[in-house]
Design a protein around this ligand. Structure first.
Ligand code: FAD
Ligand code: PYC
Length: 416
């Protein structure tokens, strides 16, 4: 068996991929579908998968202007947690967490979900009061959460600076043990393969350039590969939501910002959990390859560039070295950016729109990776039933006119 595997590895390595079986087909677009999903990130692919799996709607196209997972799905720092403050948000993220917990089995694809815990550090008495409030709120909603003190933080996280003389001394943290990280590319590929297996057409290199309507109903989209018709269109394009909304004559309460991330040269295992600090403004984990995965806040200006400004890089590095002085001589390997769409209440929109058959899923800001399965699951329900599921009803567009906002700036954490 071993001999065969080694031989097969060499044969595949020399085949220039020609004999590899494609994980999903690359079909030509048909002229008509029951549902079009615009955007082949994790959320769009998950929506298509759950439309087929949960609602039996298989005549579905996912239209992606580049390659699947090439947007924020492939650019994020992979933190998954459900410790939001308000019941509406925490139940939505917790639904996602439950789906994460069975996702590799469900997709028959290893998404490398690793429940290594997430610490949100507290550095002031007010931080600790906020942490206690959020932990209590989480527990009331049946979500695991604990308050730990500085000594426990120091024991669990080698090399972290717990000195009381630090600029922002660590007083404690919230800890969600079921939280962690997942492999972002694998999430896109796993959903794509599983959706394709259920009949969904995934069409890459196909940019949507217009949204067609007759009166107040959507009829399909214009694309760089021609007109494609469908009575229902779901738009899930992360940092481009306002651009797509404008194509349908809609305005969204969204601001687009660059958000950066960084990885270091690979190191031996030094950090086996995820650590975030709002006060020093940085977060860190370690990938399975050994790279330290680092990030901080959005770049303050609006923009559609998938890059960021130098002073944010400097600020992030200062924060990490303040928490981990021992890392000061580690070399950084790569930096990149994504575009994040932020709503005024730091919560997403998963909603019908005033245009019949047109649905938007957007505004996840800096925190939508963790929501990928739950978002797709709820959006699929909204499209299939033409009404929101009770879990995403509070995230309707209407909240911006009724005033029923759900302020999650605190739990959106470091990145806001
Ligand atoms: P995307 O993956 O961006 O997919 C949208 C797709 O739409 C793209 O592939 C794009 O090419 C396509 N598209 C756009 N316009 C068109 C068009 N006209 N026609 C066709 N296709 C189009 N979240 C967390 O929970 N945890 C984290 O640790 C985390 N870290 C982050 C770090 C960074 C640096 C960034 C940028 C984001 C981070 N996020 C994190 C947020 C998270 O990445 C996003 O919320 C989430 O991935 C959004 O997924 P999506 O599928 O909606 O978007
Ligand atoms: O939502 O946990 C999060 C997060 C961390 C970094 C960016 N977003």
């Amino acid at each position: 068996m071993k001999k065969y595997s080694a031989f097969s590895l060499i044969r595949n390595a020399l085949s220039h991929n020609r004999k590899w079986r494609e994980a999903w087909r690359s079909p030509e677009p048909k002229s008509d579908y029951d549902v079009i999903i615009v955007g082949g990130g994790g959320h769009g692919l998950a929506t298509a998968y759950y439309l087929a799996k949960e609602h039996g709607i298989r005549n579905v196209a996912v239209l992606e202007k580049g390659w699947i997972g090439g947007g924020n799905t492939g650019r994020n720092t992979t933190i998954v947690r459900s410790n939001y403050l308000w019941t509406e948000a925490s139940l939505l993220y917790e639904q996602s967490m439950k789906l994460w917990e069975g996702l590799s089995q469900d997709l028959n694809y290893n998404v490398m979900f690793s429940q290594r815990g997430v610490y949100n550090l507290g550095h002031t008495l007010q931080d600790m009061r906020d942490i206690e409030r959020r932990v209590n709120a989480n527990r009331l909603n049946g979500i695991d959460a604990e308050v730990v003190n500085a000594e426990q933080v120091g024991k669990a996280i080698p090399f972290i600076n717990t000195s009381p003389d630090a600029r922002y001394p660590i007083l404690g943290a919230s800890l969600q043990r079921r939280a962690g990280v997942a492999r972002h590319d694998a999430v896109a590929w796993g959903f794509a393969r599983a959706a394709d297996a259920r009949g969904v057409d995934i069409i890459e290199q196909c940019e949507v350039t217009g949204i067609n309507r007759e009166g107040d109903k959507v009829t399909g989209v214009e694309t760089t590969r021609g007109t494609i018709n469908a009575p229902r269109v779901g738009v899930v394009v992360a940092g481009n939501a306002s651009v797509l909304a404008a194509m349908a004559g809609l305005r969204l309460p969204i601001e687009s910002h660059p958000l950066q991330a960084f990885v270091s040269e690979p190191l031996k295992p030094v950090i086996d959990t995820v650590i975030m600090s709002n006060a020093v403004h940085g977060y860190i984990s370690q990938s399975d390859k050994g790279e330290l995965v680092i990030g901080a806040g959005i770049d303050a200006y609006n923009g559609y560039g998938q890059r960021g400004s130098f002073h944010t890089i400097e600020h992030t590095m200062q924060a990490i070295i303040e928490l981990f002085p021992v890392l000061s001589r580690v070399r950084m390997l790569r930096q990149w950016g994504g575009i994040v769409d932020v709503c005024p209440d730091a919560c997403p929109i998963i909603s019908k729109t005033p245009v019949g058959g047109l649905y938007f899923n957007c505004g996840w800001g800096t925190g939508g990776f963790k929501a990928t399965p739950g978002s797709g699951w709820a959006f699929a329900h909204t499209i299939a039933q033409d009404r929101p599921h009770e879990l995403n009803a509070p995230f309707d567009l209407e909240r911006f006119t009724t005033g029923a906002l759900i302020d999650e700036h605190g739990a959106a954490a470091v990145a806001h």
